[in-house]
Write a protein that binds this ligand. Sequence first.
Ligand code: G
Ligand code: G
Ligand code: MN
Ligand code: NA
Length: 260
Amino acid sequence: LAMEIALRDALAAGGEEIFPVFQPVVESRSGKVIGFEALARWRTSRFGQVSPAEFIPLAEAAGLIDPLGSLMLDRSLAACALWNAARAAQGLPARFVAVNLAAPQLIAPDLPQRIAALLARHDVPGEMLHLELTESTLLAQPAAAAQMIQQLKELGCQVAIDDFGTGYSSFSYLQHLPADVLKIDRSFMAELPHQPRARKIVAVMLDLAQALGMSAIAEGIETPEVLREFEALGGDCVQGYLTGRPMPFEEALTHPDGLN
Ligand code: G
Ligand code: G
Ligand code: MN
Ligand code: NA
């Protein structure tokens, strides 16, 4: 309860303590950084650094995911606008920002209007915003989710299915949800070099993405061996400690291509 009060206070105070960090998403063959995933961090005076694995569920349970989600969308779009202005001035292509959405956000009927207003305020094209939804978020309210995704896509936003392959992995929602990106859960990656079954499963997930006209991003790539295995299966887009840890905005702003 003390932590819930601290979280409420931190959000009410305008979110000095809560901020996004940015993890690169990399095209492994070219080494190009095509975008960043925004990940929430909370640095408190009372509890030190609290993990999002702890405060995101707390925010959901306490009815605070809405202000937290809005803060993340606002800060992440502000960051995206700044790094793309800097890149445009150098003649470099734009990079997207991917923001995670929690279940209560996805069923708020005014979400598309709010996102449209934020895109306009920050002057960011919808295409530069990726919205990450987990399977469990989608499964909670599949019909409402499908309708919401359609509206978000009309804004130009790209919709990504996060942690794919974990949870219930229902194929039926893939049939109905017009998502753009499949993010293969990191639990499959660690096993790639040792586990023929993991290789087969990842290969099939890559085929599935391609068959549905989606792009695929592998999460949690930590070693060159895993990257090589993923590339051997035809994968290209990756995110993980090997190709870049989550970093503060100041670093993301000038983060170069070709670190790989
Ligand atoms: O960054 P880290 O690996 O510690 O994140 C832990 C979990 O918290 C991940 O599942 C991630 O998706 C989730 N998470 C991080 N930032 C946000 C956010 O802004 N909104 C939501 N809904 N989840 C987030
Ligand atoms: O659930 P979601 O995929 O949004 O969360 C991403 C989480 O994965 C973040 O907490 C991030 O810090 C973490 N992460 C990113 N790259 C790696 C990695 O290479 N290995 C591990 N173990 N975690 C990672
Ligand atoms: Mn994510
Ligand atoms: Na994930």
